[in-house]
Write a protein that binds this ligand. Sequence first.
Ligand code: ADP
Ligand code: MG
Length: 372
Amino acid sequence: MISMAASSLEITLVGVSTVFHHRRRGDITAVKNLDLHIHPGEFLTLLGASGCGKTTTLRMIAGFQPPSSGQIRFGGEDVTHLAANQRDIGFVFQNYALFPHLSVFENVAYGLRVKRRSTSDIESSVAQGLRQVGLQGLGDRMISELSGGQQQRVALARAIAIKPRVLLFDEPLSNLDAQLRVQMRGEIARLQKELAITTVYVTHDQEEAMAISDRIAIMNEGQIVQIGKAEELYQRPVSPFVAGFLGNTNMIRGRVVAMQADRATLDIAGYRWTLVTTAPVKIGDMCDAVVRPEALVLTRDGDGLKGVVESRVYLGAKAEYLVRVGDQVFQVVQWNPVAGELFKAGQGVCVTLPAAGVQLLGAHISSDRSLD
Ligand SMILES: Nc1ncnc2c1ncn2[C@@H]1O[C@H](COP(=O)(O)OP(=O)(O)O)[C@@H](O)[C@H]1O
Ligand SMILES: [Mg+2]
């Protein structure tokens, strides 16, 4: 197993913007004054909806797209104006971008030939690349003879064969079926850790991002709205946008009626809910509590919000409910629902709220507040 940890590179973007000039749409600022620091050897994912600027950001790191302003650094080196082929990057595209008329070997050898490596170096590097992606012995095949998953592996082998300083992926699994996507993402994550090459990965798939990344940067309209580990983003989203983007969520609105040390009591339509919180709220504030569907518990009766089941979807390992409480509808997930404990549409229930682990968002709490 080879390790290149010693040469892992940090990548820094400082105030980077990209403006595209459209004849009909006018000027579009695809990326807005973006600051991003990627640690050496880190697997960082840019996650966001279509059109939020992920590909543009990745292409700027690759050198395919010059920024309109700002600076990009690889380690201490300013690469803002360095040509793509001078940057030592491995890029894996969504459509693989393989040469269909060349063999697997020649596809993987391509970048090495461009770099004028010796024949023996090319042979050993290609063999190693193919071995690392599980395609050993398939060098003579034509691309057209391969499955989609195998083609994706060739693209991956080609990217790592040049021993790049940086690995970049743009939605590399979108064209694969669901099962293969899950398998390939595990292999990409494993290989990335093995090679310890600083990696930027673009996806719009939240689960994929959570499964493979060291950190995730959530983008919206050309900006990073929050960056952190999956669990930080999920448990402590800084805004309703992030809370809604990463997983399903309930925003439970209430007014702070009491504060005591690390606890706040909210009034929700007459019900008093006391929870542990460090949020800077004060008596009288209206807050939105970010409560995940799996953090709510349904019982027949008990201490909690009184509601009525509007609908139920039974999925075996879990049941998903919509429960009406006054003028709000909550999503509730019940894990491992045993038949006798299932609730029916129309049934009156009690919704128990968690006493801790809840993020409170208030109108006065800045949405770009840092988590640490
Ligand atoms: N080459 C280009 N020319 C003009 N507009 C572009 C170009 N590339 C991207 N855009 C625009 O920039 C915005 C961000 O695009 P992109 O970075 O591709 O988003 P994403 O990858 O998140 O879907 C979009 O509005 C898109 O239409
Ligand atoms: Mg894109």
